[in-house]
Write a protein that binds this ligand. Structure first.
Ligand code: PLP
Length: 388
């Protein structure tokens, strides 16, 4: 009986080029084979190509052998293993904060933290393009949402002046590297505004953890902004190649999150193998501190190939490179053509990105060598020219 209302919604999505499917791939890294054919995957978040790194897998296996499959309870019951606290201490050190707290995923870290920082009577100033997990968290918080133009700190300043503090709490949220545009927020200016207006600041470093900053610590650390950024959020699902999220913050805030964050309290603690893998990834960040630089140099090179052919990569300055197509169906058609040629370049369509800005979103990873980048750039240029 659900069919009555489900089918028209699905048909409508299909006719607008917005049908979504979860395709099955034999692997998820930057490069693999399907039926003997070389596939270049530009939609993987394994930026440093460590998902199958021997050390990371050994660390994961060690944790599995020592503690078993699951953590078997929520953190506040009996689910906190020594490994949770060891990893939190390491993340805090890496990020330059007093403490850190793990969450089941990056989505949950945002969903569990923002509603603790701001509630019904409070104000959240949000960049217009923040990730869905931050938007959902704002909705959950019940706070008044004030959006400012993307990466525009002058617009933010006007908003802060327009909505002054009146005894309520105020929070600014943004990302350091934007997940769909690959551009970088003006963090120094935003942090200065947060200080000047005595406003809390939370930055999502999902895509800059491991890829920017000293020992992959991200852009807050690179700019020395730890004291003006209240919460540094990150995820273990991108350059750390595993799963799970975290926030780095003061110990007072950590205590408050432990006692009141619903996404922390009402869920089972992260499993040992996942924590072990994260430890292994942090070891790699420490032992190979130049991986992020190499990745960014490769991304620069790839962008230059696209620019030479006249393609627009928006304001991308990171390993995430968008090529805006605009039309949903054309974006999907280009993505399909490339797939036939062994190049995976996902078409990202609304509502993930604003209407009219359907795009190919490419992630460069260290699995891609110079020859791979050149092969992919040539195929992408040809496919876009043919379709647009
Ligand atoms: C900017 C940003 N924040 C948060 C998340 C959520 O992280 P996770 O995949 O670990 O839930 C993602 C990715 O999905 C993201 O791109």
């Amino acid at each position: 009986m659900c069919e009555d209302w489900i089918q028209p919604i699905l048909a409508d999505a299909k006719s607008n080029g917005l049908e979504r499917t979860a395709r099955v791939y034999p692997e998820a890294g930057g490069k693999f084979k399907i039926d003997g054919k070389d596939i270049l995957n530009f939609s993987s978040n394994d930026y440093l190509n460590i998902a199958q790194h021997r050390h990371v897998m050994d660390c994961s296996r060690e944790a599995l052998d020592k503690y078993g499959i699951g953590s078997l309870s929520s953190r506040l019951v009996t689910g906190t293993l020594p490994l949770h606290e060891e990893l939190e201490a390491r993340i805090a050190k890496e990020k330059g904060y007093e403490t850190a707290l793990l969450f089941g995923s990056g989505y949950m870290a945002n969903a569990g933290t923002i509603p603790v920082l701001a509630g019904r009577d409070d104000l959240i100033f949000s960049d217009k393009l923040v990730h869905a997990s931050m938007i959902d968290a704002c909705k959950l918080s019940g706070a008044k949402l004030v959006r400012f133009a993307h990466n525009d700190f002058e617009a933010l300043e006007k908003r802060l002046e327009q909505f002054p503090a009146t005894g309520n709490r105020r929070l600014i949220i943004t990302e350091s590297v934007f997940s769909m545009d690959g551009d970088i927020a003006p963090l120094k200016e935003i942090a200065a505004l947060a200080e000047q207006h005595e406003t809390m600041l939370m930055i999502d470093e999902a895509h800059s953890t491991g890829t920017f900053g000293p020992l992959g610590a991200g852009l807050i650390r690179e700019h020395g902004l730890e004291n003006s950024v209240t919460v540094s959020m990150g995820t273990m699902s991108k350059a750390m190649a595993g799963y799970g999220g975290f926030v780095a913050c003061s110990s007072a805030l950590r205590n408050l999150l432990i006692s009141s964050s619903r996404a922390f309290i009402y869920t089972t603690a992260s499993p040992p193998a996942v924590l072990g893998a994260a430890m292994g990834a942090l070891d790699i960040f420490e032992s190979s501190p130049r991986l992020g630089n190499i990745l960014q140099a490769n991304a620069d090179y790839f962008r230059s190939l696209l620019h030479e052919a006249g393609l627009d990569t928006m304001q991308s300055q990171s390993q995430i490179i968008p090529i805006v197509i605009g039309d949903n169906e054309k974006a999907a058609a280009i993505s399909a053509t490339l797939r036939d040629e062994g190049i995976i370049a996902a078409a990202i369509r609304p509502p993930t990105v604003p209407a009219g800005s359907a795009r190919l979103r490419l992630s460069i990873t260290l699995a891609h060598h110079v020859g791979d980048l050149e092969r992919a750039a040539a195929a992408i240029i040809e496919a876009v020219r043919h379709e647009v």
